[in-house]
Design a protein around this ligand. Sequence first.
Ligand SMILES: [Zn+2]
Length: 199
Amino acid sequence: MRYLLFILSGLFFFIQASAQKNSFVADSIGYAAIKQCEQTFPQFYREFEYIKAQDTLIKKFVFVQQPGTGPAFASPKGVITINISYLNKPKPNFDDNRLIVVLYHEVGHLHYFLTIDRTKWNPEDSEKAAFEYSLLKTKEMAEKNDCLPLATGLKFMKLRSMSNDLQDAHVRALKRMVNEPLYTGYVKYVSSKCNMTIK
Ligand SMILES: [Zn+2]
């Protein structure tokens, strides 16, 4: 019996380890998924190519294929991980506009890591900075008459702020944010400039 348990736990760790290892995909596969976005998510594709060429904080993109986790992640070393599951099989709440918000959110984390002293880093502030950066960048798009990424970002931030999952740093950050003048200023901007209401 003990032997069987030993074998089973060994098997469990093996499966876990290979699942993690397998979630990374080669750059060639990742960039092929990005290239495909030229058709499926054209605006995301354009913004991705733009920041890849322009934003010096981004040192590298890596790719995973991991259903059931988030669409992207950022690390303090300037690495942005893109989960190509969200690109290969479009998900209901992640359209072209939302993916742009996600992309700028991750870049926002890199700005946070660069500008805030490491001893002061905390997950909640990092998320807040990332959300606010995505609002800043999508407002620049709205200034050029594309209101949808900003409006989409505001809508999903508001929705997520209503979650009760206080373990989640995103939720805690958003609960603070949606009551602050910065966020409400963006809502007012969208209302006057784009004639759109964020509920
Ligand atoms: Zn984040």
